[in-house]
Each structure stands twice: as C-alpha cells, then as structure tokens.
Design a protein around this ligand. Structure first.
Ligand SMILES: Cc1ncc(COP(=O)(O)O)c(C=O)c1O
Length: 477
C-alpha cells in the first residue's frame, strides 16, 4: 500500500500522534478503505526513519479506537466504519412508538442528571444479535452459574482492551468481574482486610463508594483537592491501608491528575505498604490534552488495584465492572475468596464477550467519543453565550462537568431551574463533613441529552440564574 505520512520531526506534537492523526484522517475520509492493509511496523519505521516503537504506539492507539485491527501474523487492517446515520438501526427508545410517547410525556424536564448516557445511538441491533448468539451458545454454559472469576474470553478481551487503551499490562487471570463497582469495593474490603482500618479518599469524592467503605467499618480519611487533584502533602501525612482515587477524571470535580502527582501517589503507597484503588470509570471519553498513563500502567511494585466499568462506555444496565488485582492479591483471592459465585449473569458476559470480540465495542466507543465531545462543545458554547459569572470545571473528560456559580445560592438556583423545567444537581453529598453549602458547585451530566435540549436547558438556566439573584446575558424572558 502506498502511504506517505508527512512527519515533522521538529514539531512539538509527538511523532506517534502525527502518525496516528494521519492514518485516522485517511480512514475517516475513505482514502484508506475498509480491509486495506497498513504497512508493516518494520516497513514504515524504515521508510520514515523512525523507531518501530513509535509506529507501534500509533497503531495501538488506532486499534484502541476501533479504526484498525491487528490480525495474527498478517498485520494491521482497516476496520469498517459505522455510518453515522442509523436508519438501519432503530433507536433504542423510538423502536416502540407508544412507549416513546409515554417517555416523552414523562420527559417534561430537561434533566442534567449525572449517570445518563446517550441511548438513541446505542447499537441495539448488534447487541441484540450478541444476546441471541449468547442464548444459542452450543455449550450451554450460559445457562449455569459460570466461571467464578468471570467469563474467560471476556476477561481476555478486557485485558487486551486495557493494554491498548490504558497501557495496563495484565493477564485475564488477574481480572475479576463484578456486577458494579460497589461490589468490587466490597470484595476489596474483605480481600485487603480493611475493617477498622484507615482508607484515604478524595474529598469531595464518590459517595456510592464511600458508603461501602463506611458499611464495612472503615475509617475514612478525607483528603482535600487542589486545582490539579488530590492534595499530596495532606496524603503524605496519613498512613492508611489504602487510598481510593479517580485520577483520570476526579469524581466529581473533574480534574486530571498530572503525571508528577501520579508518581508521588505511587511513592506514597510504596512507603506505607498501602494499596491504591484506581477507579478509571470514564477514561474512554477524554477530550483535551495528551493521554496520561493510568496509575496501574506506571505501577512497578504491585500497589495499584485497577477498577473499570462498562456503565459509561457501554450500558449501565449491563452491570459489568471489573477489578484488576496485583498477583499477590489474586493468589489471596483464589485461596480465600474463590467461593463467591460470579455476580454478573453468564448470558450478559457471553453477549458482551461477542460484542467485544466482533469489534462492536471499540467502534461504539469511537462513535460515542465523537458524539459526547460534540455535546460538550454545545454545552460549553451555550454556557459561554448565556451564563455570566459562572466558572466551568472539569471539562477535559467524561460525561459531566461542574458549574461554580459565584455568590448565587445553589439551592435557590436549583429550585428556580426546576420551576422552569430544568433539573440540575447539587454536589453536597460528595463531601465528607462540612460542604460549602450556599455557593457549592452544581454537577451537570450531559450524556443523555440531545444538543437541542442542552441549548434550551442552558437558556432556561440563565433565566433561573437571573431570578436567583445574578445577572445573565439572557435578554428574552
Ligand atoms: C466515580 C465512579 N466510579 C464508578 C462508577 C460506575 O459504577 P458502576 O460500575 O457500579 O456502574 C461511576 C458511575 O457513575 C462513578 O461515578
């Protein structure tokens, strides 16, 4: 194949990214057709006089985003792109007209609820096929309890995905599937014997996880946040059994922990012989900045326990999350806790395995990243146009951002917004101890809203903001 990427070695952008963008552009424009073979890594590195690692990195990124696939000993091939009009693929919601009307009736609110995802672009046809294929599984394994750690093939797919997308090197044997992150935390409480021990958590932090630690009689040590994430000096004074963190998109504040702090976190764990629980819940959707390696990929001492979920990247209703354990902990799990039955339905596991193996998952992520990024752009533009005196926080990744509304009482704003048909949410439940009550920030999830709803929602919020005691740029009432 004749490709001639134009690489500028003197440019600040890394060469692997230049290569990656070149191929991405070629594929998206159709100049590189589906099934076309890419030059081999060796060939391209010789032609461009760059290292094989650089080419490999670019190819790995393309694989992770579903543009190309590697075939055993044959090389890399362009994958078929999903067309963006889904005429052939009925919407998840509109497939049933009467139900749709009911939902429309209920949906009188523009709801910025965190946790909602875009359903109308969900690849329902492919997912249905995977579910039916799972039901037709010739071995009928899906009709039993299933492997206690989780479906082997699915764990292998997850391990491959984690390496390509997050640089995590692990084997399928280090992965345990759980029906949700809370169950993963509960299991870790037992596995690490956390009862009556100190657990450090970012403050504010994910309340759903904090409640599990509390119910397991852990003593939560809240660690405050700086503009770039967890306050390391504060943590360094604490000796805790483990620290639960969300470094790739702090929940709820949204900052991305810079590399120097990631290294300090690892040093802290090493010094105190502690574990770090890295919750990487929405890292698939990153819109700004270069990828920062996951903590797990930087961990050379086996201190990091990695948590992942399909709730954002795929479907919360699937209830599939997973834990990646360091080897010693896996041995302990196998010796002491392997009596637990697997909590995720074997049918769902098999279907998800097929969905991943057949390339639907990586295509879905790539598609959703574009969709969510476009929604976020609309949201940011609307905020900029209609809201004055507000500060946006945490927009580098994920499906939500925060709005700080200065001196406006957030509770009052919430009530005003509700009278205008817009639901926004406070952040007070994420704080341990005193939360900044009156001027606390509000959390805005945009994953489940259309671009139109986002625009209208923000215009109404401008009115609410005005009524709650703050001027806005909104002129019409
Ligand atoms: C910080 C955080 N971790 C994990 C999850 C995912 O939880 P689960 O896997 O139980 O759906 C979420 C979802 O909202 C989250 O906000």
């Amino acid at each position: 194949m004749d490709v001639s990427p134009f690489i500028k070695k003197e440019e600040s952008s890394p060469i692997y990214l230049q290569l990656y963008h070149y191929f991405r552009e070629q594929i998206e424009s159709g100049r590189l057709a589906s099934e076309a073979k890419l030059p081999s890594i060796r060939q391209l590195s010789q032609t461009l006089n760059i290292s094989k690692n650089t080419v490999e990195l670019a190819y790995q990124q393309l694989v992770a985003e579903g543009y190309i696939e590697g075939k055993d000993k044959k090389g890399y091939f362009v994958l078929k792109l999903d067309p963006f009009d889904f005429k052939h693929e009925p919407d998840l919601i509109s497939s049933d007209a009467s139900k749709n009307k009911e939902l429309q009736k209920e949906k009188t609110f523009i709801d910025f609820h965190y946790g909602n995802i875009e359903l109308s672009r969900f690849p329902i046809k492919s997912w249905k096929k995977c579910l039916i294929d799972a039901l037709n599984d010739p071995n009928q394994e899906v009709y039993s309890y299933g492997n206690r750690q989780g479906h082997k093939g699915l764990r292998e797919e997850i391990a491959k995905y984690l390496f390509q997308a997050r640089g995590v090197q692990c084997s399928a044997n280090q992965i345990i599937l759980t029906a949700g992150t809370q169950l993963a935390i509960q299991l870790l409480c037992q596995l690490l014997s956390l009862r009556n021990t100190k657990v450090a958590m970012e403050n504010p932090g994910y309340d759903e996880v904090r409640r599990i630690f509390e119910s397991q009689h852990c003593e939560i040590v809240p660690i405050s946040l700086e503009e770039d994430g967890i306050h390391m000096e504060e943590l360094e004074k604490v000796s805790a059994s483990c620290a639960y963190v969300t470094p790739s998109h702090q929940f709820p504040m949204g900052m991305v922990l810079p590399i120097h702090k990631r290294i300090k976190l690892l040093q802290w764990a090493q010094k105190h012989s502690s574990y770090i629980i890295e919750d990487d819940y929405d890292s698939e959707f990153r819109y700004q900045g270069q990828p920062i390696p996951s903590l797990k990929s930087l961990d050379t001492n086996g201190n990091v326990i990695y948590l992942g979920t399909f709730s954002k990247s795929f479907l919360p209703a699937a209830r599939v999350s997973y834990v990646v354990l360091p080897d010693d902990l896996m041995k302990r799990f196998q010796a002491e806790f392997s009596f637990y039955n697997q909590s995720v339905s074997p049918l769902i596991q098999e279907a998800l395995f097929l969905f991943m193996r057949n390339g639907h998952f990586s295509r879905h992520i790539r598609k959703m990243r574009t969709i969510y990024q476009a929604k976020q752009k609309v949201l940011l533009e609307a905020i900029d146009k209609f809201l004055t005196g507000v500060t946006v926080i945490g927009q580098k990744a994920g499906l939500h951002l925060l709005l700080e509304c200065g001196k406006v009482d957030a509770r009052k704003l919430l009530k005003q917004a509700e009278t205008l048909g817009v639901k926004i949410y406070l952040t007070e439940q994420y704080w341990l101890g005193a939360s900044p009550h009156s001027n606390q920030s509000i959390i805005m999830g945009y994953g489940g809203l259309t671009e139109e709803e986002i625009k209208i929602g923000i215009q109404k919020l401008a009115m609410a903001l005005k009524q709650a005691g703050r001027p806005s740029k909104f002129i019409q009432e």
